[in-house]
Design a protein around this ligand. Structure first.
Ligand SMILES: [Zn+2]
Length: 167
């Protein structure tokens, strides 16, 4: 990479995403998962959208999104009221967006910044991949097993088709 290319790269990284988000994207890409970034039509503009898995991934900063019981989260000692309110609003918005995404039939995964620290990063990313495989299997096995499995459903299937009017 030339100095100029590197500069452009760094600028792109700065504007397009935070470092934790890039870690997740790089890992997913290397494992063969394909995604879109910041899908405009989904609530909350998720960081990563995997259409094939009907899954969105939010990579959340522990402070801004108020990660519960997080060792990295410390409420500031000054302007505490302000920060408490702000972070509570962010959390409420996150919950509402996730509710909307779920209502659209999508899965929603949140990866927290602290889960991407070097000592636990690999484990977090591997369990993310496992979760995606499980989601895919679960979604696709539903269709596979949709055969009438109770006696009640059989008469329904045997009902005559409505005749189309003859001309
Ligand atoms: Zn955290």
């Amino acid at each position: 990479m030339t100095k100029e290319q590197r500069h452009r790269c760094m600028a792109a990284i700065k504007s397009k995403g935070t470092r934790p988000e890039i870690l997740v994207r790089k890992y997913l890409w290397a494992r063969g998962f394909r995604y879109r970034l910041n899908h405009p039509r989904l609530p909350g503009h998720p960081d990563i959208v995997l259409r094939k898995y009907r899954t969105v991934i939010f990579v959340n900063g522990c402070f801004w999104h108020g990660h519960d019981d997080c060792p990295n989260f410390k409420m500031p000692q000054s302007n505490t009221d302000f920060w408490e309110k702000k972070i509570r609003r962010n959390k409420e918005r996150d919950i509402e967006e996730q509710r909307q995404i779920a209502a659209m039939g999508w899965h929603c995964i949140t990866v927290w910044e602290c889960q991407l620290k070097p000592h636990c990063r690999q484990q977090t990313l591997e369990s993310l991949a496992q979760t995606l495989y499980r989601i895919y299997l679960a979604d696709h096995s539903v269709r596979q097993y949709r055969l009438p499995d109770s006696e009640d459903e059989i008469p329904m299937a045997a009902e005559p088709e409505p005749h189309s009017p003859l001309h």
